[in-house]
Design a protein around this ligand. Structure first.
Ligand SMILES: Cc1cc2nc3c(=O)[nH]c(=O)nc-3n(C[C@H](O)[C@H](O)[C@H](O)COP(=O)(O)OP(=O)(O)OC[C@H]3O[C@@H](n4cnc5c(N)ncnc54)[C@H](O)[C@@H]3O)c2cc1C
Ligand code: SF4
Length: 797
């Protein structure tokens, strides 16, 4: 069968959801290509607020990992923008000079933040809040500056303000109206919200019109139309969005506010569709995910030739994702002559509830302080239920669990993803699901804003009864109900040796996912390193390729440089290779190595062969590097041979697989020039001894390492590091850094385990066994014809 070429412009929430739906219906029908301006795999934009608020990293919000594209044979061009569409030749061109033809084209370019055209809006320090880059820039600003001003007291502005407060900034929120979130709340709820947020430290400047952003090159403050001023080092504009339609407009595709589409998401040009925030359906361009996901489902059916009634438009509901504040609204929010209201206001507890009634039917609701009725009211609004129904159901509510028990099967639990109670209950029963995460993996419920998590949990409780409590454990992913410990025990007991075998014997519910496959690969290799055959296809792309993939699709090459020491001969080789292959950049990394950036995939094996140096494993879930200070060789303060110890450690542990990356450092005195205090294992030389620190992390979740032991003898130190690493290998969950592992197990516990000499010996025996089969991956790749062909295309060396 000849596949149709389906091209998607925009790797965002709506477009990729449409592709996911297509893959569900007919995975064989299309050859899919996706272009995305942003250099990341598809992520959950909604959760950017959580990233800004701290505790959530960018990888936590990824919806589909790089592997998903590969697994589904999608040609994905991250960091590449489509610059024009030719509807006559049915092709698109990109900023990288690529021309791609299509049979069907989906435009899903989302929105651009609306930037007020104020004098000074182009100054440094004026930002929008739309993507990962904006988030990262704000985080960077918060490290250098103190005062932030957020223009816009709507949903996005308040989430940005909360995030900046968490980052330690002082925040003024400027709003043109006299109360907050005027599009989603009425005045009473808006005022209550203000009081609550003021308690959290936000400062509000209401009914103010910004006239100018002051400062020379960099922003210094805001000036208002009444002449008053405030200081600010960072200004975040969150005043609205406008559909990103330029591409369509230039291609002659009819556009109003958004790209005009009919009920099947068809534009007026044949074979061109638009979905998401860039599309306008029956005069509305939506700015929330629930309608966009509904559109995605309809579009997928249309592309796969399934006829249905099409997209009929959506009723919207809103929730604020600011911690400690419960706000919900849906449908109509302000009363007028045609409405009646049912209102309760508990000033003491700060609970406000308003239900709007039109012709006896529920037409809208605003809840503040207690939003547990939100979903129920949302369903009533969509079904145009009578107010009596709501009042009756409210009186019968005894507990949350009863609320879900009372819901009918077709009522929505997850508004964002359109998942009903009936489909969740069915999935729980059919697949033996026992945790919220499994329900999420299986049904998509709570995969977006997460607001329905407690309802999903209630639903599990009332579907499983007592079993729910008993079965509460963290499964390794949604493909199984088994926890990490259970899986490991079964592998050991049954002598399982392959990923597929584990899945078959332990009755996996799927063919595995990007979470369980790499984890199983690691666990199997850790349990029996001598017998285990690495399953490359289960590894993340960087580990499979033995190089870090960069945002433009090129790779980076980091040769090993033991202890950060190199020779003029090696430097010459590196320089020659860099010249010959025209690498984009030569960069000295924070881990004291040289990084060759911008290498094409097909050049990787040739470069490795010409370098003739071992891999620096800069991509691995294993030992990365051992950073060293100059130490006794040259430094006036050094009392120990830090370089010698660093090289010894790196040579001993290189190539070891660990649950997550491991970084080490050795400093020869407490001045700590190698930054040993923030490494997984950090060594500090003191007069006549070595101190061993563990669990440090210099990444997003900064953690200072803890002193574990002190050794006079270098051999004892190396033996303890071996025992520590093996204990971590054996007891950490896959992808758990030592910092989180030390916190979970407790330092005292780890110290106690490693105080047992016999245990230390046994750990060392097992780690030495694992180290005995380590091979240099670059060397292996350049000598293995199959690998060369499958991974790096056929290249001659
Ligand atoms: C901080 C924040 C919080 C939010 N919170 C919520 C919430 O709580 N609830 C809710 O329902 N919604 C929320 N939203 C809105 C929600 O994220 C959007 O409605 C949704 O992401 C829109 O999906 P989309 O696919 O249309 O656009 P996007 O997700 O923006 O995707 C469009 C993609 O297309 C890319 N692109 C654009 N032009 C091109 C081109 N020429 N070539 C290639 N790629 C291109 C863009 O770079 C972008 O990655 C929030 C948004 C933000 C920013
Ligand atoms: S850590 Fe001490 S010994 Fe090492 S370079 Fe710094 S000052 Fe010198």
């Amino acid at each position: 069968m000849i596949k149709q070429k389906l091209v998607l412009i925009g790797n965002g929430m709506a477009g990729v959801r449409a592709v996911e739906e297509v893959l569900k219906i007919n995975p064989e029908n299309f050859e899919i290509t996706i272009f995305g301006t942003e250099p990341y795999p598809n992520y959950n934009r909604i959760q950017l607020s959580k990233v800004l608020q701290g505790g959530t990293s960018v990888s936590d919000i990824t919806l589909n990992e790089w592997e998903w594209y590969e697994d589904n044979k999608i040609r994905f061009y991250p960091g590449e923008s489509v610059t024009s569409i030719n509807t006559k030749t049915q092709s698109v061109s990109t900023d990288k000079g690529r021309i791609e033809s299509y049979d069907q084209l989906i435009i899903a370019t989302g929105s651009n933040p609306f930037m007020l055209p104020l004098p000074g809006a182009d100054k440094e320090g004026v930002k929008a809040f739309r993507n990962i880059k904006d988030c990262e820039e704000m985080i960077e600003y918060s490290k250098r500056y103190k005062k932030a001003a957020v223009i816009g007291g709507g949903l996005l502005g308040l989430e940005a303000a909360r995030g900046l407060l968490n980052l330690g900034m002082e925040v003024d929120v400027i709003h043109i109206y006299d109360y907050l979130m005027e599009r989603q709340l009425d005045r009473t709820a808006g005022k209550l919200l203000q009081v609550e947020l003021e308690k959290q430290g936000m400062n509000f400047i209401l009914q103010k019109n910004t006239a100018e952003i002051t400062g020379r090159k960099h922003v210094t403050g805001l000036k208002f139309s009444d002449g008053s001023k405030i200081k600010a080092d960072l200004v975040v504009m969150a005043v609205g969005i406008k559909p990103n339609v330029a591409l369509a407009q230039e291609a002659g595709i009819p556009v109003n506010r958004g790209i005009i589409v009919n009920d099947y998401l068809e534009t007026e040009i044949p074979n061109v569709f638009a979905v998401g925030e860039c599309a306008e359906h029956r005069g509305i361009a939506y700015g929330l995910v629930a309608p966009l996901y509904q559109q995605g489902q309809v579009l997928a059916k249309r592309l796969c030739g399934i006829r249905d009634e099409g997209y009929q438009g959506s009723v919207l509901s809103t929730q604020l994702k600011v911690s400690g504040v419960d706000v919900f609204s849906a449908g109509k929010i302000n009363e007028d002559e045609s409405t009646k209201v049912y209102k309760t206001y508990d000033d003491w507890n700060g609970v406000y509830k308003k239900v709007l009634i039109e012709n006896g039917k529920i037409a809208g609701a605003v809840l503040f302080g207690d939003t547990k009725d939100g979903n129920k009211l949302f369903n009533f609004i969509k079904n145009e239920s009578r107010i009596e129904e709501y009042l009756e159901s409210s009186q019968s509510v005894i507990s949350e669990v009863n609320t879900v028990a009372d819901m009918s099967d077709d009522e929505l639990i997850c508004g964002c993803n359109g998942v009903t109670k009936g489909s969740i209950v069915e999935a729980i029963k059919a697949n033996g699901l026992t945790t919220v995460d499994q329900v999420k993996g299986c049904t998509n419920a709570s995969r977006s804003c997460g607001g329905c998590k407690s309802l999903v949990s209630d639903l599990l409780a009332c579907t499983l009864g007592d079993q729910y409590q008993a079965d509460q454990k963290e499964a390794i992913c949604g493909c199984t109900t088994l926890s990490r410990d259970e899986v490991l025990a079964e592998i050991r007991e049954k002598g399982l040796t392959h990923i597929r075998e584990v899945m078959n014997v332990l009755e996996w519910k799927t063919d595995g996912c990007s979470k369980c496959k790499p984890a199983l690969n690691y666990y199997l290799g850790m349990i029996d390193p001598l017998k285990y055959q690495d399953e490359k296809e289960a590894r993340y792309v960087n580990e499979r390729m033995h190089a870090n993939i960069q945002k433009d699709g090129t790779y980076s090459v980091v040769p090993r440089m033991y202890g950060g020491v190199t020779t003029s001969e090696d430097l010459r080789k590196i320089a020659d290779v860099a010249d010959k292959y025209k690498v984009g950049m030569i960069k000295v990394t924070g881990g004291q190595r040289i990084d060759l950036l911008g290498v094409y995939k097909e050049d990787l094996p040739k470069i490795w062969a010409e370098l003739d140096m071992p891999s620096g494993s800069a991509y691995s879930k294993g030992l990365r590097t051992v950073k060293t200070c100059v130490g006794e060789s040259y430094c006036r303060f050094g009392t120990q041979d830090s370089i010698g110890m660093g090289i010894r450690l790196e040579k001993k542990f290189e190539g070891l697989n660990t649950p997550h990356k491991v970084k080490m450092a050795v400093s020869a005195c407490p001045r700590n020039c190698a930054e040993s205090g923030i490494k997984d294992v950090g060594i500090v030389g003191v007069e006549g001894a070595w101190e061993m620190y563990v669990g440090g992390n210099g990444g997003t979740h900064l953690r200072e390492a803890d002193l574990l032991f002190k050794f006079k003898d270098g051999d004892d130190l190396v033996e303890m590091i071996g025992a520590f690493l093996q204990y971590y290998r054996e007891s950490a969950k896959y992808l758990e850094r030592t910092s989180a592992w030390v916190d979970r197990l407790g330092l005292e516990h780890i110290r106690e385990v490693l105080s047992d000499e016999l245990m230390v010996k046994e750990f060392n025996n097992r780690i030495n066994e694992a180290l005995s089969v380590v091979q240099d991956p670059w060397n292996e790749a350049i000598h293995n014809k199959n690998l060369l062909r499958d991974l790096y295309q056929t290249v001659k060396i």
